[in-house]
Design a protein around this ligand. Structure first.
Ligand SMILES: [Fe+2]
Length: 173
């Protein structure tokens, strides 16, 4: 049987990650991926009360936050879909439960974008990216059950409302 890790160690893991966020982007993204994979493999370490949603749409439950990073459990009610959006900061996420469709877009103007890639993410999936690229995507829960994902963003939740830089309309194809 695997050794139980006290949830205090989860906080320590996230604090280590916050320190890593001050270092080179590639090293930080690797550390974020490792942290997310550890959390996804041990979901019992997370407070179950933070993994439930509040009705329709997307529920955001803060797990940890410093001036460098904020970590959220996102609960996606069935039918939830984000706008097409870009991020002003690094964005890493891991899917804990359920499935999510992630669609990538290419901007064709400051306001409109066209889809380029589309994938259905299964539980256990982890993605990490820096804001440059640009990296435009949209996430949707098209399944019948709520989905739960863990997000690590490179922003201070006390000074900014979200990781979203800009949203786009989908151009008519
Ligand atoms: Fe995003």
């Amino acid at each position: 049987m695997a050794q139980s890790i006290p949830s205090a160690d989860v906080a320590a893991m996230m604090a280590d990650l916050a320190v890593s966020a001050r270092h080179a982007p590639d090293a930080y993204l690797a550390a974020a991926r490792t942290t997310l994979l550890r959390l996804l493999s041990r979901p019992e370490l997370l407070d179950p009360a933070r993994l439930v949603g509040r009705g329709e749409g997307l529920s955001r439950n803060l797990l940890f936050g410093t001036e460098a990073i904020s970590v959220w459990a996102m609960v996606w009610a069935p039918g939830t879909v984000t706008p097409v959006h870009d991020h002003h900061c690094s964005c890493c996420f891991g899917l804990l439960r359920g499935t999510l469709r992630e669609t990538w877009y290419r901007p064709i103007s400051d306001t409109h974008a066209v889809a380029t890639l589309d994938a259905v993410r299964q539980s256990g999936f982890v993605a990490c990216m820096m804001p440059t690229g640009p990296n435009l995507h949209r996430i949707a829960n098209e399944g019948p059950e709520a989905a739960v994902s863990i997000h690590v963003y490179g922003y201070d939740h006390r000074t900014q409302d979200s990781s979203i830089d800009r949203t786009y309309e989908i151009a008519a194809g």
